[in-house]
Design a protein around this ligand. Sequence first.
Ligand SMILES: NC(=O)c1ccc[n+]([C@@H]2O[C@H](COP(=O)([O-])OP(=O)(O)OC[C@H]3O[C@@H](n4cnc5c(N)ncnc54)[C@H](OP(=O)(O)O)[C@@H]3O)[C@@H](O)[C@H]2O)c1
Length: 343
Amino acid sequence: MIRASIMGATGYAGVELVRLLTAHPEVRLSRLSSVSFEGKALSEVYPALRGICDTVLVGEEDVTEETDVLFCSLPAGHAEKMARRCVDKGVLFIDLGADFRLDDEADYIEWYGGAYQDKELHAVQVYGLPELFGERIPGAKIIGNPGCYPTSVALGLAPALREGLAGTQGIVIDSKSGVTGAGRGLTQTTHFPDCNEAFSPYKIACHRHTPEIEQSLGRLSGKEVRVTFVPHLLPLNRGIVSTIYAPWAGAPLEEIHARYWAFYQGKTFVRVLPLGEAANLKNVRCSNYCDISLHLDRRAGKLIIVSAIDNMVKGAAGQAIQNMNLALGLPETAGLMMVPPAI
Ligand SMILES: NC(=O)c1ccc[n+]([C@@H]2O[C@H](COP(=O)([O-])OP(=O)(O)OC[C@H]3O[C@@H](n4cnc5c(N)ncnc54)[C@H](OP(=O)(O)O)[C@@H]3O)[C@@H](O)[C@H]2O)c1
């Protein structure tokens, strides 16, 4: 059995990792760390886990003991030190935060406000979006797990940009996320009376995921891409829908649909919907699926792509486990075939 440990196990993405890894056939949970709840059982913090994961939370110093893979689920800026320790010990390191996602350090400095300290680590980092950039994941030592919005956008646009079905200039991305995307820390905007029965954009054209989205779209198209990205906060717990408007290159919608279908053939977690249907976050909740639907605004010359994921699963913990499976030579889908609740 592979021994998996989690830093930041009390956070939303961390506890989702616990939920999924508990049912993984090849994994045994080892160390779970917390700063705020060290010494308490995880099930005291999340009573849903009573009798399922009563593991006592340890401090960060102990989290790499008896460990083959460490999932680091902390806010950005905290991952390097632990990544170094893991690399030196031969432990696979998977960061759910943003510290190993961006190739260009200048982007990290601009959007996250800190420089890379241990540059050797960044020379071997691998961006873990298996359906699109999976070739370097097997055997990787450090995996930067993609952000939730960038996952939904890159999967939605990949066939269009790889195959020239849409232009790269003037792409507009309108994304909506449930409140768990903001993590468990309470802020004014995520306070129940403020977000319930409310709906608004935030960080308009200045969200930190913008350079990561542009990095993926640039790799897919082979061109420099600039996008307009506007996220919104939905008064729901989970889920992301990204509605993407891209310049239509002229192919009939039926052909675009056939090319999308062929592109994702054999990719278990991406479902290209029949024409006429629209992707809905309800249909991917609690699962590792990404649903994609395709639409054409012939009058305005826009290909409209709708992409839906669960931000906590395909957007975080599920994709991190998919990356672990590939890095360690397990079946890609191991522990990830959760069926979304139909109602
Ligand atoms: N939520 C999502 O949908 C999602 C999706 C994709 C990626 N991510 C990324 O995954 C990482 C974790 O996200 P999350 O949503 O789980 O966040 P979260 O709910 O705020 O959890 C982060 C955890 O990190 C721990 N922590 C340790 N040192 C910390 C520090 N200096 N400041 C704040 N917290 C610290 C905290 O637990 P203790 O105090 O118990 O140690 C906290 O519970 C982030 O980098 C986030 O960007 C999240």
